[in-house]
Design a protein around this ligand. Sequence first.
Ligand code: KMH
Ligand code: ZN
Length: 276
Amino acid sequence: MTPSTLITVAPTGAEAAKHEVPALPVTLEELVAAAKECQQAGAAVIHVHIRDQDAKPTLDLGRLTETVAALRQCTDLIVQLSTGGAVTDPFGHRLRVLDAGPDACSVTCGTVNFGDEVFSNPWQFIRDLYQRTQQLGVVPEFELFDLGHIATLHRLLGESGPPSGGHVHCDLVMGVPGGMPGDAATLVAAVAALPAGATWSATGIGRTTLPVMFAALAAGGHLRVGMEDTLSFARGRPAGGNPELVERAATLAAHAQRPPMTPAQARAFLGVRDHR
Ligand code: KMH
Ligand code: ZN
């Protein structure tokens, strides 16, 4: 079991609306402020979605590039850009995200029903995106929303070889309406199906946040938390911001005798180069 815990914060996402969730960081200033506090609280990786001037999700390359630079300047966090974007984003824009020069990026390994929408990830897109990460030296994190996505991950690695950095790290995204349920039994089944030597984080969407966090710690995994995945701290109590979600994960990880990894430790763990 890894002696420390990688904590990733996903502070914004593409789904929540700023006018309904005032604590959501949507401007660059809000994102950088949240990132600094989350690092202080124990995060080592930031999974980034950005918004435009109207707080709508965007994959604008100029804004993404500026965001990577600002996060690098103000924090030590590993900057992982979302290539998932919003369900409406075209594949070309999602591939272009890598041109912003992040340390890392998400690579979702299959299509999934996403509430009333569809998050589309056909095989050819997954393969093209993965091969671009290899060409550009961006470390992928494999996002797995369902057990079938793990079969695709095996195919991807088998056909295209190991990732940049040489280490396979996955994120089990559980409890999406349409994806795998967020419970301990499903987590154990998913972990058993991962490629040999892979490490993994888990995140539970909405009310599955806590069961998935406890199950992940018990099974030796790592944690992703943040307002992309849950807008509540507890039943009937909205999250006041991302830092308190990170702080809770860090506290639980410490109780599990696996305290948070520093960003420097996380770079070594994931095979991410230091760009400074
Ligand atoms: N916003 C979801 C449609 C990712 O960041 O790579 C996709 C998502 C996954 O959030
Ligand atoms: Zn995301």
